[in-house]
Design a protein around this ligand. Structure first.
Ligand code: ZN
Length: 520
């Protein structure tokens, strides 16, 4: 049982079948912003990400490329998935691969435990299997094919025909957990969020649950079923266990009790696996269910869901090469209400970069620091008498700190950033209204000039601390330029407004330089 001060958050582990697109980067950034925020709140925050490497689809892709599945996975992890984390500046605490020994051995322990306690039985299964989804499909999940698949039933997600498979399987008695799950959703409304996702999950479980086929014998790229090595574990059952094997399940009890339960951030297309199958598995094993499963929306490009199979994939570095990782992070967290679908467009990205990051925040920082250099030789003035306007800024700093903290508690990252931007806008208005360049002309206004500059510097310090989880590179530069002591990432975010200034400013390069090139 967690003592309440740990914050363990996970991304889905990504399938190494192909290379990352911006949808994957979006999930990573959201989880990273939340982890950084909680870390800066003094909590024991721990961000897990990783890769899902077993299953028939990987085996087929590897074979088609003339390598073993492990060689294929190694190549994709090193050339695509780990580099993605650098591209969008993810500060993860661990990276698990389902081919790690720590995962395979402890996933087998979990399975054996379920088998020994009667939650698994032997059966026969026949059904339509989608190799894209790595799952059997219900007839209601299939749609009429078009084009080359006209006249056939195809997977609604992958638009490819399913295969009719027939095999001896081990089954997990998931059906026995339907009432228990419904009670869980009822007693803990936050368990599945947002509300639209929760409602979908509840109505799905209310229809009744089938038992789950959890093994495959038609191929061998997977974790061996511990009591029958002619079977490998169903890839989803294997993959879900990463969240506990990485956290110490089966091999590090102290770590596991410190970290677990986790908050899972997932795309809404894999919500059922996380909000139905996964808690049922944990209930069967007598392990606490996750703290929360949060299903975010889809990224739409030209009105279509972002995915490689729809050929609309955009590589994250297509954006970061031009705009930088901070802008990527800011844009997707700000422009899309977390939990809802959102549209990406190059025009919107460019417009927000220019108006919000470059002109709104970056220019504010440059102007204030330049004025402290010009009018005070770089020395940050000591506070004098503050006017009502100065106090209003202080009040806003406290108010937006509290509002952002509250929003993050609900995983409403977009609301948190919107709150911080009230401070950006107020500070810009304040500088315009106070006209420090006019005050600098008359020595009689010296005290007033200093009060205005120190107020602005403090406001920037608050912004540096609050925005650090979202735009870590810009805020690190700003913090240094403001003469902040230590690292900005070590400043308590829930008390961001308490910072009262450093001794001196130092020159600051443009935080968000003008972008000349045409993009898109
Ligand atoms: Zn499919």
């Amino acid at each position: 049982m967690s003592d309440g001060s740990s914050f363990y958050i996970t991304t889905p582990i990504f399938y190494v079948n192909d290379v990352p697109h911006i949808g994957h980067a979006y999930t990573e950034v959201a989880a990273d912003v939340l982890a950084r925020w909680h870390r800066q709140s003094g909590e024991d925050a721990w961000l897990l990400t990783g890769t899902d490497e077993h299953g028939q689809k990987i085996l087929r892709t590897a074979t088609a490329n003339g390598v073993t599945p492990k060689e294929w996975a190694d190549r994709l992890v090193e050339t695509a998935w780990k580099p993605l984390l650098k591209t969008v500046d993810i500060r993860n605490d661990d990276f698990i691969r389902t081919t790690d020994v720590r995962h395979e051995v402890n996933a087998q322990k979990f399975l054996q435990h379920l088998y020994d306690s009667g939650h698994i039985y032997t059966g026969e299964y026949e059904g339509f299997y989608c190799v894209g989804c790595e799952e059997y499909k219900q007839p209601s999940d299939l749609i009429d094919g078009v084009g080359e698949y006209a006249g056939q039933q195809v997977c609604a997600i992958h638009s490819i025909p399913c295969e009719l498979l027939h095999e001896k399987n081990y089954f997990f008695r998931m059906s026995t957990f339907a009432d228990h799950l419904l009670a869980l959703y009822e007693e803990n409304p936050n368990f599945v969020q947002p509300a639209s996702a929760r409602n979908e999950v509840i109505s799905f479980v209310k229809q009744g649950l089938s038992d789950l086929s959890i093994s495959r014998s038609s191929f061998d790229w997977g974790i061996k079923v511990p009591w029958d090595d002619s079977h490998v574990v169903y890839v989803w059952f294997d993959a879900l266990l990463n969240y506990i094997t990485a956290a110490g399940y089966g091999h590090d009890d102290e770590k596991f009790s410190r970290l677990w339960p986790a908050t899972h951030v997932v795309g809404k297309d894999i919500l059922r696996f996380h909000a139905v199958i996964w808690p049922a598995m944990l209930l069967a094993a007598g392990i606490e269910v996750p703290r929360q499963v949060f299903g975010h929306g889809w990224l739409l490009v030209g009105g279509e869901k972002m995915s490689k199979s729809k050929l609309t994939g955009i590589a994250p570095n297509q954006i970061t090469d031009t705009f930088g990782s901070d802008a990527f992070r800011y844009y997707f967290m700000r422009a899309i209400s977390f939990g809802q679908d959102g549209s990406f467009s190059w025009e919107d990205l460019s417009a927000r970069y220019q108006s919000e990051l470059a002109n709104g925040f970056g220019n504010l920082a440059s102007r204030v620091i330049a004025m402290v250099v010009r009018y005070c030789d770089g020395e940050i003035p000591v506070a004098g008498d503050f006017s009502e306007a100065d106090e209003l800024i202080r009040g806003t700093e406290k108010r937006v700190t509290d509002a952002a903290t509250l929003a993050i508690g609900h995983l409403a990252i977009h609301d948190a950033i919107a709150a911080m931007w009230e401070l950006v806008d107020e500070l810009n208005g304040y500088i315009t209204a106070q006209e420090p360049w006019s005050l600098a002309k008359d020595p009689a206004d010296r005290d007033r000039l200093e009060a205005v500059l120190v107020t602005a510097v403090r406001g920037l310090g608050t912004l540096a601390v609050l925005l650090s989880p979202v735009v870590p590179q810009a805020t690190a530069k700003l913090w240094t330029a403001l003469g902040g002591i230590g690292l900005v990432t070590d400043q308590r975010i829930d008390r961001a407004w308490e910072w009262t200034g450093g001794p001196r400013v130092s020159p600051l390069e443009a935080l968000f330089p003008r972008i000349e090139a045409t993009v898109g």
